[in-house]
Design a protein around this ligand. Structure first.
Ligand code: UDX
Ligand code: UDX
Length: 452
């Protein structure tokens, strides 16, 4: 199959490489000439494990090419995947301006029957609007079909997720178009969900909103655990073995960030109000998520005697989650900002996301450390903000000696409280009320002893 992928961001670049690996002939198009130049040189504009090798392999065997020549790419292809960004606008709704302009351009370049597939996350009704735009701009007699095929990959695991998809959702008006997309994904051994355009669009939002709800739910449980003297990690484990609940997405912490969850939850809420319905649960999900970071800062301040002003705090992790250099809507970045705003001097380290973080945070009040152990030197507390696996393997016994005070605030419950306490650290996780401390032990809430 001849495929063109418009937009070579996380979704488009990975998608293009994966389609080529499936055996199709793929052209990746982007209007950012620098990005295309970089990719052509074999350098990836994003950090994604396994991507560089997959792109190199398929470019070499002639299955994959990259260009800024939109017109040629569309003309040569039978199927066009739209993977341009759909950021939030000021009101929280999805900004679809890229989608509209790409739709117009596709229409003008179309010279024969094409299937136009929207992969970007777009609100219900967008595919139909794109269809109207193309119809209004395409040359007479040229036919096309719309398909909504949302992407479910996780950053940092996108190659793995692409080859091990849980399902492929294919929404369309004609069986002909749905069958073409099924052919593209034929190598995958997973259910194909065939449906109408509007249901496919909704599936993506509902799935992301449900996962965000799971995170906010466990974060609320964590808050109660801190007060009641329970350990949220054990609670989540105990809940997760129930197959109806499942283990995934029950990690309490600082809350969800990234380019998808915050934006998609907000956009779905907007969709509900646009339909004159108040999606109350989602309001709660967003509130809880915001509160997690301020609760964390309050905890740090309380333990450090009421304020962080003038104190030096070390922070490990800046990316919105592990295995990525993406800092879009990163809660870790927000926490660093809040600490700085409270007057702390902040030392930071991230295994991959240092450069992208500099662009977000600037230089004022932040010391960017080259090595992780530098973060420990002379700090009054260490905050773990992103769930990088490698943080577990650090030499806390040795590096802890470099700290002014051995206090750890583990915003991702990454470390073992008991081992840290054995090393002489005061350890504060999120919702770990039964591990030698609780909000009660910081004097903030009722005395735990009354409840034993
Ligand atoms: C994707 C989806 O598109 C988004 O809807 C989903 O919710 C998250 O993932 P992502 O791949 O992360 O977005 O976006 P981004 O990394 O911003 O990439 C979009 C690419 O499209 C960029 O490379 C940009 O240069 C390109 N683009 C944008 C075009 O080629 N043409 C345009 O008109 C606009
Ligand atoms: C998400 C969806 O998982 C994916 O299906 C969709 O296509 C895009 O959005 P992504 O944003 O890459 O993927 O990251 P994900 O692994 O889902 O994590 C999102 C955020 O939730 C991160 O900030 C992470 O730290 C947080 N998270 C995740 C938790 O706080 N607890 C958890 O248990 C899981």
């Amino acid at each position: 199959m001849k495929i063109c992928v418009i937009g070579t961001g996380y979704v488009g670049l990975v998608g293009a490489a994966v389609f080529a690996e499936f055996g199709h002939n793929v052209i990746g198009v982007d209007n950012n000439a620098k990005k295309i130049e970089l990719i052509k040189k074999g350098k990836m504009p994003i950090y994604e494990p396994g991507l560089e090798e997959l792109v190199a392999k398929n470019v070499k065997n002639g299955k994959l090419e990259f260009t800024t020549d939109f017109d040629r790419a569309v003309k040569k292809s039978e199927v066009i995947f739209v993977c341009v960004g759909t950021p939030s606008n000021q009101s929280g709704a999805a900004d679809l301006s890229y989608v509209w302009s790409v739709a117009k351009s596709i229409a003008k370049s179309m010279n024969s029957y094409k299937v136009v597939v929207i992969k970007s996350t777009v609100p219900v009704g967008t595919n139909e609007e794109v269809e109207r735009i193309i119809l209004a701009n395409v040359a007479k007699g040229i036919k096309f079909d719309m398909v909504s095929c949302p992407e479910f990959l996780r950053e940092g695991y996108s190659i793995y997720d692409s080859f091990n998809a849980d399902r492929v959702v294919i929404g369309g008006k004609t069986q002909k178009a749905i069958d073409i997309i099924k052919k593209i994904y034929a190598k995958l051994d997973c259910p194909f969900i065939e449906c109408d355009l509007r249901s496919a669009e909704m599936i993506k939002y509902a799935a992301n909103a449900f996962l965000a709800t799971k995170i906010s739910f466990i974060n609320e449980i964590a808050q109660i655990c801190e007060r009641a003297g329970s350990d949220v990690v054990k609670v989540a484990e105990g809940m997760g073995y129930d197959k109806r609940i499942g283990k995934a997405f029950l990690k309490a912490g600082l809350g969800y960030g990234g380019s998808c969850f915050p934006k998609d939850v907000e956009a779905l809420y907007r969709t509900s109000t646009d339909q004159a319905y108040d999606f109350r649960l989602l309001r709660g999900v967003m509130d809880v998520n915001e509160a997690q970071r301020t609760n964390f800062i309050s905890k740090v301040k309380r333990v450090l005697g009421g304020s962080v002003g003038g104190k030096t705090i070390g922070c490990l992790g800046l990316a919105f989650k592990e295995n990525t250099d993406d800092v879009r809507k990163s809660v870790s970045i927000d926490v660093v900002r809040l600490l700085r705003g409270e007057g702390a001097k902040v030392k930071v380290f991230d295994p991959i996301a240092m450069e992208s973080s500099k662009k977000e945070l600037g230089e004022v009040g932040i010391q960017y450390c080259r090595e992780p152990q530098e973060v420990f030197e002379g700090v009054e507390a260490l905050c773990i903000l992103t769930e990088w696996e490698e943080f577990k393997a650090y030499d806390y016994a040795k590096w802890g000696k470099l700290m002014t005070k051995k206090i750890v605030f583990d915003g991702r419950n990454l470390l073992d409280p008991k081992s840290m306490e054995k090393l002489g650290f005061k350890y504060y996780g999120v919702g770990r009320g039964s591990n030698g401390w609780s909000l009660a032990s910081t004097g903030a809430i009722f005395d735990q002893k009354h409840h034993q």
